[in-house]
Design a protein around this ligand. Sequence first.
Ligand code: URA
Length: 236
Amino acid sequence: MIRLNKFMAGAGVASRRKCDELIKDGRVSVNGKTVTELGVTVNEKKDKVTVEGKAICLPSSFVYIKFNKPKGYTCTASDEKGRKTIYDLIDSPERLFSIGRLDYETEGLLLLTNDGDFANRIAHPRNAVEKEYRVSIEGEVKESELAVLRKGVVKDGERMPSAHVKWLSFENGITKLSVVIDEGQNRQVRRMFEGIGRDIKLLKRVRIGSVKLGGLKRGEFRDLTEDELNLLVRGK
Ligand code: URA
């Protein structure tokens, strides 16, 4: 037996909290009967759960993978502009969704799963899972600019979250930096650099929590190891 909101989240409906709202709003039924109480449990093998009339079920087995997203791909299942999506590269019989997203032009580490509940927990801001990026910038970035990013740059009148920023190198006119953030606001790293008037030449995510991109080539994916999965679940 499993709580109804956990069952729904696992099936990819929404976060447990949003699922509770759907239940309270009378949009969920179990074996044909509308359920509006929270805390109800269901038999995941036998009970028939529908959300707004559509039957949902848990995947027969859970899949957790890490993927090296190349730039020039969107993370959506279909793109209204007809651009290539990551699902053109990931051949899986399971319906996978990404845990958070990378912009079309960003490359690097992306986690995917068919376990909606796991995806929601890892992506939840409360868990503050660290994300590490390599950033390449045209020209020599000064220490004073990095200090602004560390404090939290003000962009469009709003202070962005502070970030751990480390200078790595300056070669052939390109500054390479390491940037670590623990939030995942839309275009956060790009907006931070826009805030100091710098354009990003290359943005690549190399780590999420303790899961590293490692030796994965662009477009390659593989299952997370048991250790990687356990550390992520523990918020590391
Ligand atoms: N920050 C960005 O600006 N873009 C990404 O793709 C990820 C983080």
